[in-house]
Design a protein around this ligand. Structure first.
Ligand code: SAH
Ligand code: SF4
Ligand code: F3S
Length: 473
C-alpha cells in the first residue's frame, strides 16, 4: 500500500482559498471462521487497495465494512446478523451526518444465503461469495451507481489469477508467518458439513502460482508458510516435470525456496494422507512436526453416518505410520459430539480414540444441524443437554492432554520462531514447532529469527522460555 494513499492530502494555497481535501476511502474487514477466511480477507484488502481503499482497524473510520463470514455452525452464522444490526445503526447515524457507509457480506454465509441476507438485513449493500472476490472493485462501482449487488456465482475465471498481490512492505506488516491457500472447496460431502455447498467442488491452484506466491512471501521476509485448503491434502497439480504432483511433492519443492524455514499445512483429511506426504514428514526438517488430522468421532457407526468413509481403526493405523515416519509429531484434531443417533456407547468410542491417540491440541463442537445437509434430515437428534454434557467430558480430557503436552516441554530446548512483540513490555512471543506460543525476553532475538530456547514453565496456552547459547536438541 502506498503511504501517500493513507493520508488525506490537503492543498492549502497561499492565497487562502478553501482547502481541497482528497479523502482516502477506508475499509474495515471483520473475519469469522477458518484460516481460509483470514487469507481471503487479506486478498480482498489487496484487491481493494488497488482500488484506492486503505485498511483500517477502527470500524468508526470506515467507509466500507466487510463481514467475511462463516456458515459452519448455526452460532457462527447468527453472529453475523447481530453484528449487522449494530452496523445498521451506525449507517443510520452516518446518514444523518450526510456521510455514507457501505456494508458488504462476503464468505460462506454470503454464498449459502445470497439475496436472503439483504431481505433479512436491508442495510446490506453487497453480498459476494468466496469465488468472486476479484470482482469486488467492480461490485463496489455498481453499488456506487445506486444498486444492491449479489454475486454468488462460481466464477469460471480463476480468482487467484486476477487478485492483485500485496507489496513486500504489506506482506511483512502482516507478520513473519503467512497463509497460502493452495486448494479450495470439497468433494467429500460429510453429512454434517456445509463446506461443499459454500465453497464448491475441489479446485487446486497451479504449482507455478503457488511457488511464485511462496517466493514472494519469502523475499518479503516471511519465514513460515502454512498451506491452506478445506481439504489441503487433496491438492494435486501438474509439476514442471509434466508429472502429476500431490501435496507431498509440492512441500518438497517449497522447501527449496531460500528463506522459508518452516512449512505447515491444514486441514487434512485422513483419506488423503498418501505415502509421499508421509515421506515428506520423514525427510523434510522444514515441515513442522504438527499435524491437524480431524477424525470427528471414534465410533464406526457414527463415522459411517457422517460419510467419513473410514473406520476408527484406519485412522489409528494411519497415525501409527505417520509417527513411525516422524516420531516427534504432535497430533491435533476436530471432534463433533451429538451427531444424530450418537449413543453413550458411540460417545465412549470417541473418548477411547482420544485416549489412544493423545492430542497436543484439539477443537470439539456440539453437532449443529445445517440447512441443506443430509445430517439435518436424519432422525434421532441428540438432546441439547446430552450434547452439552458429552462436550464437557470430551473437553476435560482434551484439555488434560494439551496440558500434559505443554508440561512435557519443560526443561527441553526447542527452536522458536520469534514472531511479534509480547503483550507485556520487555517480552516477545515466538512459536514452537508444535504451534505453541513461546514467551521470551525481548532481547532473546529479532522478529523472524529462529533461535534455540529452553522451556522454563507453562502458562495458560503458552510456554515460557529463556534463550540458550547452544544449538537445540
Ligand atoms: N475439512 C475439514 C474440516 C472443515 S470444518 C475436515 O474434513 O476435517 C472444521 C470443523 O468444524 C470440522 O472438522 C468439524 O469438526 C466441525 N464442523 C463442521 N460441520 C459441523 C456441524 N454441522 N456441527 C458441528 N461441527 C461441525
Ligand atoms: Fe466438510 Fe467433510 Fe469436506 Fe471437511 S471433508 S470440508 S468436514 S465435507
Ligand atoms: Fe466457515 Fe467457510 Fe471456513 S463455513 S470454516 S469460513 S470454509
Amino acid at each position: 500500500m502506498e503511504l501517500e494513499n493513507s493520508v488525506a492530502v490537503r492543498n492549502e494555497g497561499r492565497t487562502g482559498e478553501k482547502a481541497a481535501v482528497a479523502e482516502t476511502k477506508k475499509v474495515f474487514v471483520k473475519t469469522y471462521g477458518c484460516q481460509m477466511n483470514v487469507y481471503d480477507s487479506q486478498r480482498m484488502t489487496d484487491a481493494l487497495a488497488a482500488d484506492g481503499y486503505v485498511a483500517t482497524d477502527a470500524i468508526g473510520e470506515a467507509d466500507l465494512v466487510l463481514l467475511n463470514t462463516c456458515h459452519i455452525r448455526e452460532k457462527a452464522a447468527e453472529k453475523v446478523y447481530s453484528e449487522l444490526g449494530r452496523i445498521r445503526d451506525m449507517k443510520a447515524e452516518r446518514a444523518l451526518e450526510g456521510r455514507q457507509l457501505t456494508i458488504g457480506v462476503t464468505g460462506c454465509v454470503a454464498q449459502a444465503e445470497g439475496a436472503e441476507i439483504i431481505r433479512r438485513a436491508p442495510a446490506v449493500d453487497l453480498v459476494v461469495g468466496p469465488q468472486t472476490y476479484h470482482r469486488l472493485p467492480d461490485v463496489l462501482a455498481r453499488v456506487r451507481d445506486g444498486g444492491k449487488v449479489v454475486e454468488t456465482d462460481y466464477a469460471l475465471d480463476d480468482k487467484f489469477e486476477h487478485l492483485p498481490q500485496p507489496k513486500p512492505a504489506e506482506i511483512i506488516k502482516r507478520g513473519v508467518t503467512a497463509f497460502l491457500t493452495v486448494q479450495e472447496g470439497c468433494d467429500k460431502f460429510c453429512t454434517f458439513c456445509v463446506v461443499p455447498y459454500t465453497r464448491g467442488s475441489e479446485v487446486s491452484r497451479s504449482v507455478a502460482q503457488i511457488v511464485a506466491e511462496a517466493e514472494r512471501l519469502a523475499a518479503a521476509g516471511v519465514r513460515e508458510v502454512t498451506l491452506l485448503g478445506q481439504n489441503v491434502n487433496a491438492w494435486h497439480g501438474q509439476g514442471p516435470d509434466g508429472g502429476e504432483w500431490g501435496l507431498g511433492r509440492l512441500l518438497f519443492r517449497l522447501a527449496e525456496i531460500p528463506g522459508i524455514a518452516r512449512l505447515r499445512y491444514t486441514t487434512s483429511h485422513p483419506r488423503d494422507m498418501d505415502d509421499e506426504l508421509i515421506e515428506a514428514h520423514r525427510d523434510l526438517s522444514t515441515l513442522m512436526p504438527y499435524l491437524h488430522l480431524p477424525v470427528q468421532s471414534g465410533s464406526d457407526r457414527i463415522l459411517k453416518a457422517m460419510n467419513r468413509r473410514h473406520k476408527a481403526s484406519d485412522y489409528l493405523r494411519l497415525i501409527e505410520r505417520i509417527r513411525a515416519a516422524r516420531s516427534d509429531i504432535a497430533m491435533s484434531g476436530d471432534f463433533i459430539v451429538g451427531f444424530p443417533g450418537e449413543t453413550e456407547a458411540d460417545f465412549e468410542d470417541t473418548m477411547t480414540i482420544v485416549r489412544e491417540v493423545g492430542y497436543a491440541s484439539a477443537f470439539s463442537f456440539k453437532y449443529s444441524p445445517r440447512p441443506g445437509t443430509p445430517g439435518a434430515e436424519m432422525n434421532d437428534h441428540v438432546p441439547e443437554a446430552v450434547k452439552d454434557e458429552r462436550l464437557q467430558r470430551l473437553q476435560a480430557l482434551l484439555v488434560e492432554q494439551q496440558q500434559a503436552f505443554s508440561v512435557s516441554m519443560v526443561g527441553r530446548t526447542i527452536e522458536t520462531l520469534i514472531e511479534k512483540p509480547g503483550r507485556q513490555a520487555g517480552q516477545k512471543v515466538g512459536r514452537s514447532p508444535w504451534l505453541q506460543p513461546v514467551i521470551v525476553d525481548e532481547k532473546a532475538g529479532e522478529i523472524g529469527d529462529i533461535i534455540p530456547v529452553r522451556i522454563t514453565g507453562t502458562g495458560f496456552n503458552s510456554l515460557h522460555a529463556e534463550p540458550v547459547a547452544e544449538a537445540a536438541e
